[in-house]
Design a protein around this ligand. Structure first.
Ligand code: HAM
Length: 447
């Protein structure tokens, strides 16, 4: 049979057998962000195109080459978000969130869209976990955001991730640096790609992250911004480094990092994995003290970062990191005959209402096939209901791991009987469950 549709190039399906890996990452990023005081924000998948042009910058690759844009009524166009920061700041301003007091700390887990050449770790639809810390000018804020990213990566079990940091200064330092870059690239003007020839006049900083190999070779010995920092920006960078030292976070200063988006000022950083090939940047971010004002808000210092979840997962797989176990079925109830099927539905319903994960036959299988299915879905317990069970009002509860059987009521005592067996099983096999129960008991004693 020929399929009539295929997955678009540069996108991925996450099938049920693999989804637990995503759920592991999502649960760690959420818990860690909340522990650092960040609250979740949800924003639309598409925004007015002008938002990205103004914030990401009209000379960036993202805006010039990679946006998915559709026209709407009149001459309005909308763009699928290529990143999260612009939309989040738009939403923060539109909803007056900065008036609720500063700092405001928000996080998000979103899909993003960039029309890039698809390859390992570089997709056209990808996912980001991002954090934005708004209204904090102190170097401690830069270090705290970096510490959050570092903490997430460590909790996921990742090793050998390098943190590169740099400062790209403020508009004041940038003006002098622009001139230095212009002077450096001008003699090579004719050798540059056509986009970079244009960038040389408009925004020479962008020449430094051009993807063309020829341009990268020319840019190799270009002046670095760190040599052009003003006094305030230098002091800020020194203080960030000091704070990272206090926090015990290792870093390398990489004067070549400029980031591919225009809104950055001062501190920029990237976490890099060497285990996933050329697209090894698993997280990127920095300060963007001018963006909120650019988008119509009051001048407000801000910073943030985003992690590429596909790249995180690729690294976790490459390093053999552990993922959360998939939840398996607590009980499968097999039925023999129509009357037993009715009792089964009633029993399943009662147990599900109590929160147990219970399954039964929905496709009309015989007993043997039902047992095989129970085995396949790794059910912890199985009950078979047939005529004799209906008559006696009780059944055998079989522990699938040990083969042990105990009697269980199908009547009033059902929940007590099953609950007791389940508790015993979990206490002897599930470390997390046991620690939770023990901590709960201890807490009770202390009260
Ligand atoms: P970005 O560096 O463009 O920054 O993207 C952040 C991360 O998203 C990258 O480090 C990478 O892991 C992942 N990523 C980017 N493009 C792709 C792609 N085509 N395929 C797979 N993964 C990708 C931003 O987006 C900023 N908004 C980060 C930020 C937040 N800065 C301040 N706040």
């Amino acid at each position: 049979m020929a399929l009539l549709a295929k997955r678009p190039n540069g996108t991925q399906d996450v099938v049920p057998n693999e989804v637990y890996k995503w759920q592991t990452v999502e649960s760690v990023v959420r818990d860690t962000a909340q522990q650092f005081g960040f609250r979740e924000i949800r924003v639309p998948t598409f925004e007015e195109t002008g938002l990205f042009v103004r914030s990401v910058g009209d000379t960036t690759d993202v805006v010039q080459k990679e946006m998915y844009t559709v026209s709407s009524t009149g001459d309005k166009t909308y763009t699928l978000r290529p990143e999260g920061t612009a939309g989040v700041i738009r939403a923060v301003l539109e909803n007056g969130i900065l008036n609720e007091g500063l700092p405001q700390k928000v996080f998000y887990t979103i899909s993003c869209y960039r029309h890039e050449k698809a390859q390992k770790g570089r997709l056209r639809e990808f996912h980001q976990f991002g954090c934005e810390l708004l209204g904090a000018a102190a170097p401690a804020a830069d270090a705290d955001a970096i510490a959050l990213a570092d903490s997430v990566l460590k909790r996921l079990g990742l090793k050998n991730i390098r943190l590169n940091i740099n400062s790209i200064g403020c508009p004041e330092c940038r003006a002098k640096y622009r001139e230095a870059l212009k002077a450096y690239f001008e003699p090579h003007r004719d050798e540059l790609c056509s986009t970079c020839q244009e960038r040389l006049d408009k925004n020479p900083l962008r020449l430094l992250d051009c993807k063309s190999e020829e341009d990268q070779a020319i840019a190799k010995d270009a002046p670095v911004i760190i040599d052009y920092l003003c006094e305030d920006c230098s002091a800020h960078f020194e203080a960030v480094k000091k704070q990272l030292g206090i926090m015990g976070i290792d870093y390398v200063i990489n004067p070549k990092i400029v980031r591919g988006l225009d809104y950055y000022t001062r501190t920029v950083f990237e976490f890099i994995s060497d285990d996933i090939g050329a697209q090894g940047t698993v997280c990127g971010g920095g300060r963007y003290d001018g963006l909120i004002e650019t988008l119509g808000g009051k001048p407000t210092p801000a910073l943030g970062f985003a992690m590429g979840l596909e790249r995180i997962l690729l690294t976790m797989e490459a390093q053999g990191c552990e993922f959360m176990e998939e939840k398996t079925c607590d009980l499968y109830i097999a039925a023999m005959g129509d009357k037993a099927a009715e009792k089964t539905v009633e029993t399943v319903t009662r147990l599900r209402e109590e929160g147990f994960y219970v399954e039964y036959d929905l496709v009309g299988r015989g007993l043997k096939a039902q047992m095989k299915y129970a085995d396949k879905i790794k059910a912890k317990y199985v009950i078979v209901i047939g005529d004799s069970e209906l008559e006696s009002g009780s059944a055998k509860l079989k522990n699938m791991a040990t083969g042990e059987q105990t009697d269980i009521s199908l009547g009033d005592e059902l929940l007590d009987d099953f609950g007791a067996q389940y508790y015993e099983l979990m206490m002897s096999t599930d470390d997390d469950f046991r620690s939770f129960v023990e901590a709960f008991a201890e807490d009770g004693e202390n009260k």
